[in-house]
Design a protein around this ligand. Structure first.
Ligand code: ATP
Length: 236
């Protein structure tokens, strides 16, 4: 179980996050909804060790404290981030990108089995193992990014707007894959602008506004919530 408590982040005078608390259990999908600038990316980056938080912020994974650790130690502890914009290596092949994900100690010795799982999850990548990633479509590159994160054998997978810029069809394929990942027991923390589709898939969700959690509930409850419908689902 991932437990985030009292996360506060300042950019100079601007407070991007204020006392944010949330939980993600293994085998569930949790979505964070929020407008542009609400602090969603900052939250994922902070949990991943890429952004410093104010003293007193804590991130715990199975009783193991992660706050203050450098990013590679966070990965080593079982938490992987698929960043906004994917962060794939365009000049390397699909196979090379996936291999980069398996450098973590926790993943060593099990690379072949994990690679087989990733290629089963994304059959398109299996056909294109030797292809240079920069020549691939946005959806395929997102599959590479998710596959690379999965190669590190995460207990919790965090994704920052994976559907950005993708067609509904490709977005559907990606979300179907995330449901399969969840069913293997991995916990997923997802930041998404596609509120409708992500609430269909998620188990629970949180609403982030101006750096604060202003609502939370099961995905079904959020789908029925009047404010959520108006602000995120485009209901009249
Ligand atoms: P978006 O969906 O637009 O990416 P977001 O919810 O992910 O938005 P963040 O990127 O976390 O929001 O940004 C939260 C706030 O912090 C915004 O007001 C943003 O301008 C500010 N911010 C983000 N990164 C920095 C930075 N490196 N320096 C200064 N301010 C920043």
């Amino acid at each position: 179980m991932l437990e985030i408590r009292d996360i506060a982040v300042h950019y100079g005078r601007h407070q991007a996050l204020d006392k944010v608390a949330l939980d993600v259990a293994k085998g569930e999908i949790v979505v964070i909804l929020g407008a542009n600038g609400a602090g969603k990316s900052t939250l994922l980056k902070t949990v991943a060790g890429l952004q410093a938080a104010v003293h007193g912020s804590t991130v715990t994974l199975d009783d193991h404290r992660l706050d203050g650790l450098p990013p590679h130690k966070v990965v080593e502890a079982g938490l992987a981030l698929v960043p906004e914009g994917r962060g794939v290596f365009g000049e390397l092949t699909v196979a090379e990108n996936l291999a980069m994900g398996a450098y973590a100690q926790r993943a060593r010795g099990d690379e072949a089995r994990r690679l087989a799982q990733v290629l089963a999850l994304f059959p398109k990548l299996a056909e294109r193992r030797g292809q240079m990633v920069r020549t691939m479509s946005g959806g395929e590159q997102q599959m590479v990014a998710i596959g690379r994160a999965l190669m590190s054998a995460p207990d919790i997978l965090m994704l920052d707007e994976p559907s950005l810029g993708l067609s509904p069809l490709v977005c559907g394929e990606l979300f179907d894959a995330l449901e399969k990942v969840r069913d293997t027991g991995v916990g997923i923390l997802l930041v998404e602008q596609n509120a409708r589709r992500s609430l269909e898939m998620a188990d629970r969700g949180y609403l982030l506004e101006n750096g604060r959690i202003v609502g939370q509930g099961t995905a079904a409850a959020l789908r029925d919530d009047e404010n959520v419908r108006r602000a995120y689902l485009g209901a009249a």
